[in-house]
Design a protein. Structure first.
Length: 496
């Protein structure tokens, strides 16, 4: 406790010293916060990568001071800009006594503009020999210690701005995120897809099994639900004749938080007329494998302690095949609900003691509880039970199953796809089944969307559809272990 008090006292003293420096500048009419622009002509990476062409050339650069060293009449410092870090050399004889005296008072974290010529030190480091200096913004708080950085994990997420200043690997993660989203857009655009935007606020909650966030519109005096999926609006557009459509956007689900889940996250949903879930498998595999090669230069990535091979040709298994292999139950040989439930429970699989103790729910429970942990390399699991797939077309071979897949990497579900249900009568019956679940207290079951049923009655062509979690894809490509590492501002409980 005494150490914490001493640290607080020390920090308070540092804060006051920096404010005193600012006040003195303001009294002298040199308030850095009144500066509106600085015209720079070069960035750190450009100078370092093209030294031979830029040697002795005069450049103007700007950035944050990250370190200072030296004494007497010459000082070296490192500044960082948007592209990286570069060393500057400040000598009294070149900048003048006043400017040199000012620079000696600059603090780590201050943002400065410099003008000088490019050279290489005797140690071989590309640097800028300063002839002019200008304080552009005063840092009133000290950065974390140089050799420890921002290591408090929770503080990293609460103060992402400091995390980005101190940790280059954090910047790299979000560069990968940006590049992945750009790649995703180009991949779909090149295949004739149209990007659209659909409502975030809706009068019903549908398109997925999830608990929604509820808000209120004052003028209309109605409750609205923040979207839990973009599926139903996008399929309305398929009905309307936009045959290839997608949306990248924020989704909101009022659910638990862990390393895989944040209440708001980003997904892409895409729908294509006249194809099925097999066509969606090809697209899912294509998006991730080409992204890995374009962004990382390899199909091999390290994630969650495993080397993952994204080379095209991913494994494909039906759910029945996966349960047979990993649990030891052959659901093809099971004839009724009671037998299926008993077989599952005999393997230690838990099923809810409700009316939903069916063959399909027993199959899914076996997969969910006993199979997913084994799916390390990219694997498509196909043919899901109809009970857990209310928006999916039934299999013409086995009506207990649907033409649906999810794909898994490192036991993480990465995406979900269907041969979309386009029979409005069957769809109504499935919505009604979801309403029964809501009446029994399942607040994640879907609501009945009359307008969507109305759209289906106009006729929707055979359609393949898919949703992919962008955050988890970025986790894979950046090798990070928690979703908070790939969301710039993850949801956090407020500090007291």
């Amino acid at each position: 406790m005494a150490e914490e008090f001493e640290r607080a006292e020390e920090l308070s003293e540092i804060l006051q010293i920096r404010r005193d420096k600012l006040k003195k500048l303001q009294e002298e009419g040199r308030d850095p916060f009144t500066i509106t622009r600085f015209d720079r002509t070069a960035w750190s990476k450009e100078v370092k990568d093209n030294f031979e062409a830029m040697e002795n050339r005069t450049v103007s650069m700007a950035g944050r001071i990250m370190s200072k060293r030296g004494m007497g009449k010459a000082i070296f410092a490192d500044i960082t800009d948007d592209k990286g870090k570069i060393q500057i050399y400040v000598r009294l004889n070149d900048v003048g006594e006043d400017a040199f005296a000012d620079f000696k008072k600059f603090d780590i974290g201050d943002i400065i503009g410099v003008t000088g010529f490019v050279f290489k030190t005797r140690m071989g480091e590309v640097s800028v020999h300063c002839t002019e200096l200008k304080l552009l913004s005063k840092s009133l708080r000290p950065l974390p210690e140089k050799f420890h950085g921002l290591t408090n994990t929770e503080l990293k997420y609460r103060q992402r701005y400091v995390d980005l200043i101190m940790n280059p690997e954090t910047r790299r993660t979000f560069e990968i995120r940006s590049r992945f989203i750009s790649h995703l857009r180009k991949y779909l655009d090149d295949r004739g897809y149209m990007e659209v935007e659909t409502p975030v606020l809706n009068t019903i909650s549908a398109g997925a099994s999830a608990r929604p966030f509820i808000t209120h519109h004052n003028t209309l005096d109605i409750d609205l639900y923040m979207r839990i999926a973009t599926e139903l609006p996008l399929k309305r557009l398929i009905v309307g004749g936009i045959e290839r459509v997608y949306e990248i956007g924020r989704i909101f689900r009022n659910e638990g938080m862990d390393t895989k889940h944040n209440p708001e996250f980003t997904s892409v949903e895409l729908y294509e007329a006249y194809t099925d879930f097999h066509g969606m498998m090809d697209i899912a595999e294509g998006i991730l494998s080409t992204a890995a090669m374009e962004i990382l230069g390899t199909y091999k990535v390290e994630w969650l302690g495993n080397e993952i091979d994204l080379t095209p040709g991913w494994k494909r298994m039906t759910m029945i095949e996966a349960v047979r292999e990993y649990v030891g139950i052959d659901f093809d040989a099971v004839s009724d609900d009671e037998e299926a439930v008993k077989a599952a429970e005999a393997k230690g699989v838990e099923l809810a003691d409700t009316a939903d103790r069916t063959w399909g729910n027993a199959l899914y429970a076996c997969f969910d509880q006993r199979v997913e942990e084994h799916l390390i390399q990219p694997t498509f699991i196909t043919m899901y039970p109809v009970e857990v797939s209310p928006l999916t077309k039934r299999s013409p071979v086995d009506p207990r199953l649907t033409e649906r897949f999810e794909f898994f990497i490192c036991s993480n579900e990465m995406g979900n796809a269907y041969s979309e249900l386009n029979d409005p009568i069957d769809q109504r019956q499935r919505f009604e089944k979801q309403l029964e679940l809501r009446d029994r207290g399942d607040d994640e079951a879907e609501m009945l969307d009359e307008d969507f049923l109305n759209a289906l009655e106009y006729g929707m062509p055979p359609t393949g559809g898919m949703g992919i979690g962008i955050d988890r894809c970025v986790m894979l490509l950046s090798g990070t272990s928690t979703i908070r590492d790939v969301i710039l501002f993850p949801t956090m409980k407020p500090l007291d």
